[in-house]
Design a protein around this ligand. Structure first.
Ligand code: SAH
Length: 219
């Protein structure tokens, strides 16, 4: 990357952070957003627009989410640094990289094997050593690593999937988009001894969670 390109990316990154600071109050999340090079997680032809506040295609019909949505979901996990976190939907690995700066360990699962492989390679190359990526087929989440203090689902599901609630630790936070295939509500679930507390965080639009407990491949 030449100097002009990296200087203009630097400016774009600073202006995105200013924009995020209007809506995100968790300073650790803002610092982490400034620390992950999003241009490394988008296709090469999109690197010049990596710091625009919008989702971008990453191949296989999938997208890397809009930075504001990534920051909002991460904030809703309420991380302090010593947690184990599960991500469902590795995609590019960007969200996993961000969480890796805010928690002790990230387990991320992905159902498209090519995306899982490229994200694992990218995260390793960039030095995110506390992230493990698993390619999954049928099962939702990664029960072997449970319980998790935080679970984030970066694909939309029709309901809160029971298997994920089961993998959540007591007092843990589950953050996910719930709704129809077209539009969803971003939901934070806190597991308490009295039951699951639900907080709605606003509307959103994600690619569908596919497989058992969610949607089938074809509509
Ligand atoms: N968090 C990603 C964006 C994810 S897009 C990032 O930061 O780039 C949603 C991803 O969820 C897609 O890659 C899709 O293949 C994956 N996905 C869909 N259903 C899934 C399931 N049941 N288990 C694991 N991954 C799934």
């Amino acid at each position: 990357m030449n100097r002009t390109t990296s200087e203009s990316l630097e400016r774009a990154r600073a202006s995105l952070l200013t924009e995020l600071a209007h809506g995100i109050v968790d300073q650790r999340v803002l610092d982490a957003m400034g620390g992950v090079p999003r241009e490394e997680f988008v296709p090469a032809e999109a690197s010049s627009v990596a710091y625009q506040n919008r989702p971008l295609p990453i191949g296989h019909g999938q997208t890397i989410s809009q930075p504001l949505m990534v920051a909002l979901m991460t904030q809703a996990l309420m991380l302090t640094g010593d947690e184990r976190v599960l991500e469902v939907g590795t995609g590019s690995g960007y969200q996993a990289a961000l969480i890796s700066l805010l928690a002790a360990r990230v387990v991320s699962v992905e159902r498209v094997p090519e995306l899982a492989a490229s994200a694992a390679e990218r995260l390793g190359r960039l030095g995110y050593s506390n992230v493990e990526v698993h390619s999954v087929t049928d099962e939702l989440g990664w029960p072997e690593g449970a319980p998790y203090a935080g679970i984030i689902v970066t694909a939309a599901s029709p309901d809160v999937p029971r298997p994920l609630l089961d993998q959540l630790a007591m007092n843990g936070r589950l953050v996910l988009p719930v709704g129809s295939r077209e539009i969803q509500e971003l939901v934070q679930i806190i597991k308490t001894p009295e039951g699951a507390q639900r907080h709605n965080l606003g509307s959103c639009r994600f690619v569908p969670l596919l497989g058992r407990g969610a949607w089938t491949e074809t509509r």
